[in-house]
Design a protein. Structure first.
Length: 233
């Protein structure tokens, strides 16, 4: 346990966006960055919960530079409106794509755009956001996308609760991927012992490394969001 907490150097002058930042991993990630001196934009779909998160950070650190951005990640129009606001400000030094639905609904639910709700929230909304924001990232900026090792059922979550680390310690993983030296583009970082332990470079699944599957998913995301997204190395 000696690696807790990750020592963050001063991030004064840097700007970060954390999606889904009103609670959980997103909140603790945003709070740690703000305490380190960064300006942090906390986004989420609930104005009330975002205001509470901002108030909690400022309550612990009155000088913290934080702001709330209401942005429903499942709505392409909401993402575009949020991106417009972000583009009006200085470039970002990083994005933590944390917003997402862990528990799949038992019946199909759709976003306002007609896409399956989990897909819209976890994938398509961030895809659309990245397409808008990529040209607005500062040199050396990083994008950290979060995922889950678990099947995502409430029963399995209850079982692992006794031995999985809490959200405040879980936030060390995205913080490390976002700020630590030696992190490379395309790396996959996770807890050393699957759901607990220090940040450790992991091997992605074979499916996520398959270029054919990747191309198909990318083409589908472009079609579903109605935008062409070309990334140049």
């Amino acid at each position: 346990m000696s690696w807790y907490p990750l020592a963050l150097p001063s991030h004064s002058g840097r700007r970060y966006l954390v999606t889904g930042a009103n609670s959980g991993l997103g909140f603790f990630t945003a709070a740690r960055l703000a305490v380190a001196g960064a300006h942090v934009v906390l986004s989420g779909r609930s104005p009330e919960r975002l205001d509470a998160a901002v108030a909690a950070i400022r309550g612990a650190r009155p000088a913290a530079s934080v702001e709330a951005l209401v942005m429903d990640q499942s709505s392409l129009d909401a993402v575009d409106a949020g991106a417009d606001r972000l583009l009006a400000g200085p470039p970002l030094d990083g994005i933590v794509a944390n917003a997402g639905m862990v528990h799949t609904p038992t019946t199909r639910l759709e976003s306002i755009d007609g896409n399956e709700l989990v897909l819209a929230t976890n994938v398509l909304g961030h895809f659309a956001l990245f397409e808008r924001m990529l040209p607005h990232l500062a040199d050396g900026a990083r994008i950290v996308s979060l995922g889950s090792f678990t099947p995502g059922t409430r029963f399995s979550d209850a079982l692992q609760a006794a031995w999985a680390q809490g959200k405040h310690r879980g936030a060390e993983i995205p913080l490390f991927a976002l700020t630590a030296a030696g992190v490379e583009g395309g790396d996959f970082w996770g807890p050393k012992y699957l759901v607990r332990g220090g940040p450790t470079r992991q091997r992605p699944t074979d499916v996520s490394l398959d270029p054919t599957i990747g191309s198909r998913v990318w083409a589908f995301a472009e079609q579903a969001t109605g935008r062409s997204f070309t990334v140049r190395g």
